[in-house]
Design a protein around this ligand. Structure first.
Ligand SMILES: Nc1ncnc2c1ncn2[C@@H]1O[C@H](COP(=O)(O)OP(=O)(O)O)[C@@H](O)[C@H]1O
Ligand SMILES: [Mg+2]
Length: 247
């Protein structure tokens, strides 16, 4: 199973959008996908139009089993939903005397063979749960908004990843995904060039600014369902190809 964390300390860069559309696109291509929402905002279930009764927090705290916590969202796409109860899980993790950073990895281990991909959506910032995600994941995909200069944020984030690599050597920043690309805005292409200089290997083709991407969640639909011929669907389709090829 490939374990891909969608992460960046900065908020509003398209993490949830990417997690949901990537997971749904891979599932539509026939992969078995588990989407794990580790954000207290619980956006992913809303974006997919499902309303689970339980989710990640209850599963990790062993209040319910996987059969109850993991819900079907689409064919091949299962969801471990996030919500405000994750705040309690963060406290549980923080209070652990040792091994706190492995709580998520241990809880998810039994699901290993059931899926081809685990896609993990994360909250902005840096908290015990995000650290847990990075101790579990093996590939990190960082969506970087081209609207604001976030190169510095990405470089700082990479330093934190390096700290974690000392204990979890298999995790690495594998994909840098430019988002909110606007060809008409010069700043967009300038930031893109800077990203190319620093992250040539990881740089993916950008996701354009596309209003369909932001409208789809209001209908509980992915961009592929809501506007299959839109620029957003095309761009996320390309990302899925790249991830599938592992390049
Ligand atoms: N490429 C895009 N074009 C237009 N709107 C987008 C795009 N990507 C994300 N959005 C919108 O921007 C907002 C923030 O995106 P979101 O995925 O929630 O960011 P994050 O999870 O990093 O906080 C959402 O309203 C989303 O619909
Ligand atoms: Mg989010």
């Amino acid at each position: 199973m490939r374990k891909i964390a969608i992460a960046l300390t900065k908020g509003g860069t398209g993490k949830s959008t990417t997690a949901v559309n990537l997971a749904a696109g891979l599932a539509a291509a026939g992969r078995r996908v588990l989407l794990i929402d580790t954000d207290t905002q619980g956006q992913d279930s809303l974006m997919l139009g499902v309303r689970p009764q339980t989710g990640l927090a209850q599963f990790v705290e062993q209040e319910v089993g996987a059969d109850e916590a993991v819900v079907g969202a689409r064919e091949n796409l299962h969801l471990l939903a996030g919500d405000h109860t994750l705040a309690g899980l963060k406290r549980t993790i923080a209070l652990k005397e040792f091994g706190g950073e492995k709580v998520l990895a241990e809880a998810l281990a039994p699901l290993e063979d059931l899926y081809d991909y685990a896609i993990l959506d994360t909250s902005p910032g840096w908290d015990p749960l995000t650290v847990n995600v990075l101790f579990y994941a093996e590939e990190i995909l960082a969506p970087v908004s081209l609207e604001v200069l976030s190169l510095q944020g990405l470089i700082e984030f990479e330093q934190r990843i390096e700290d974690i690599q000392k204990y979890h050597a298999r995790v690495a920043l594998e994909y840098v995904l430019p988002t909110f690309m606007d060809g008409r805005v010069r700043k967009s292409s300038e930031i893109l060039e800077q990203l190319r200089t620093h992250y040539r290997r990881q740089l993916c083709d950008p996701i354009r600014y596309n209003v369909r991407i932001s409208e789809a969640p209001g209908f509980g639909r992915t961009v592929f369902e809501f506007a299959p011929r839109s620029a957003g669907a095309q761009d996320y389709g390309k990302l899925i190809e790249r991830i599938e090829n592992g390049a």
